[in-house]
Every structure is written in C-alpha cells, then in structure tokens.
Design a protein around this ligand. Structure first.
Ligand SMILES: [Zn+2]
Length: 65
C-alpha cells in the first residue's frame, strides 16, 4: 500500500491523485513497479545476515571437526 512519509499515513490507490501523488502534500507516493522488496533492504542488513550465516556455518563446521 502506498505510504506518504510527509503525512505519515497510508493511502489506498483510489485516494491518490491520477499521477500517484499524495492528495495532501503532492508527494509522489505511488509504489514503483519493478522495485522489489530485495532492493529496499538496506545493505547493512544484508551484510549482517551474511555475517550471521557465515558465523553459524563456521560454528557447525567446528562442531563436527
Ligand atoms: Zn502526503
């Protein structure tokens, strides 16, 4: 659902203007097609998850060696 950060509220697609803008502040809030959740994930979160997987993998290897 489109979210306007300026107004801190959600809008239904019908509540927006025809151009996908916020009716209150005019900010473009229409969800951009092609922008997946993966692209919205911050890089440091990915780094943290990768490090966690590597750490757990290492602990498992150590457990069986
Ligand atoms: Zn707004």
């Amino acid at each position: 659902m489109p979210w306007c950060e300026e107004c801190a509220r959600y809008f239904t697609p019908t509540a927006m203007t025809a151009n996908g803008e916020c009716p209150s502040c005019g900010r473009h809030i229409d969800e951009v097609a092609g922008l997946s959740d993966d692209e919205r994930t911050p890089w440091h979160f990915k780094l943290l998850v990768t490090a966690l997987i590597a750490y757990l993998g290492w602990r498992i290897i150590v457990l069986f060696v």
